[in-house]
Design a protein around this ligand. Structure first.
Ligand SMILES: *Cc1c(COP(=O)(O)O)cnc(C)c1O
Length: 332
């Protein structure tokens, strides 16, 4: 495999912990059946979350290419945008965030609190688009403007989900496999939120590479099953090129699209209940857009018997806490 540089941003390894009270709450209190958590909300940098791992590769690549400004895009409450703004600051780069106004029906504080507030503190330039404005076209115009000004922009796709960003989650699985080995635990299932797909793709690639016999359940937060499947599968194939594993069979990609509700960023009752249940049994916070829906997905799998007793499941916490401050009306 080609050696690739990483910028050091994350606090690694992130904790791998058992959830005793949450497990017992769902009748999984016995040791063999318990629910574990991989705490990538604790990657440490700029409020934590999964994009920190991806940005270690992406920022190193930007610096190697001589870039002086990072450009990325996302929703107004994008965690990825916030982590990119911080990574740029840490690396001495400027940052432009193209933020799409795609989540309908949200007013204040969605537009000013949570991640947006932090983006501003990190000194990023924010371009908030009009509803219905094409984000990819807007990002393209921004790149052209910067180049015309003599700047050297480096473009990071939505969620940092290209092959290089996804590769960080292949590495993260090797980290988890080591932690599981250290506590003598076989992992049967991993449950995580699937958004732009890079985290899921990297985890699927890592599970295959490490030879773990473990099922990966991606709980989609935006795309229907078929399109999420195509997205993640495409990224897995690209990661295989980077790791020199193009001869190996591609792993099975499992997408569960039952938790999306009315759409991306739109709250659901099951999400809200999942956020409250984990907070009230373990003192751990989830977010309304990604991890709350993914945990609702895990709870649904448990209740439907899709994760049998005697099997160990790991919930991969991907962060997102600032997003809670954009949805205060849910928790009054
Ligand atoms: C971006 C994000 C995800 C989704 O990860 P992808 O790699 O985009 O699929 C999940 N959780 C949180 C908190 C995120 O910010």
């Amino acid at each position: 495999m080609i050696r690739r540089d990483k910028s050091r941003l994350a606090q690694l390894p992130t904790p791998f912990e058992r959830l005793p009270r949450f497990s017992a709450h769902f009748g999984r209190g016995d040791e063999a059946s318990s629910i574990w958590i991989k705490r990538d909300d604790c990657t440490g940098f700029a409020g934590g979350g999964n994009k920190v791992r991806k940005l270690e590769y992406l920022v190193a690549d930007a610096v190697a290419q001589g870039a002086d400004v990072l450009v990325t895009m996302g929703a107004i409450q994008s965690n990825h945008a916030r982590q990119t703004a911080a990574a740029a600051a840490r690396s001495g780069l400027a940052c432009v965030l193209v933020l799409a106004d795609t989540v309908r029906g949200r007013e204040e504080p969605y537009r000013s609190n949570g991640n947006v507030l932090l983006d501003r503190i990190f000194g990023a330039e924010l371009q908030v688009l009009a509803p219905d404005e094409d984000a990819a076209a807007a990002a393209e115009r921004t790149l052209e403007r910067l180049k015309a000004q003599g700047r050297r922009p480096y473009f990071i796709p939505v969620g940092g989900s290209n092959a290089l960003g996804s590769l960080a989650y292949r590495d993260a699985v090797l980290e988890l496999a080591e932690q599981a080995r250290a506590v003598g635990r076989r992992i049967d299932h991993i449950v995580l939120p699937t958004g732009s797909g890079g985290t899921h793709a990297g985890i699927a690639a890592g599970v295959a590479e490490a030879g773990l016999s473990c099922q990966v359940h991606g709980i989609s937060v935006s795309r229907a099953q078929e399109s999420a499947h195509a997205l993640v599968s495409g990224l897995v194939a690209e990661v295989a090129v980077l790791t020199g594993r193009t001869d190996a069979a591609l792993p099975k990609i499992d997408i569960d699209d039952s938790q999306i509700g009315p759409g991306y960023g739109q709250p659901t009752a099951a999400m809200q209940e999942a956020v409250e249940t984990l907070a009230r049994t373990e003192g751990i916070l989830l977010d309304p857009v990604y991890t709350g829906k993914a945990m609702a997905g895990l709870i649904a799998l448990l209740c439907a018997g899709r994760i049998p007793h005697g099997e160990t499941v790991v919930f991969w916490h991907t962060g997102g806490l600032p997003g809670l401050f954009a949805y205060p009306e849910l928790f009054r």
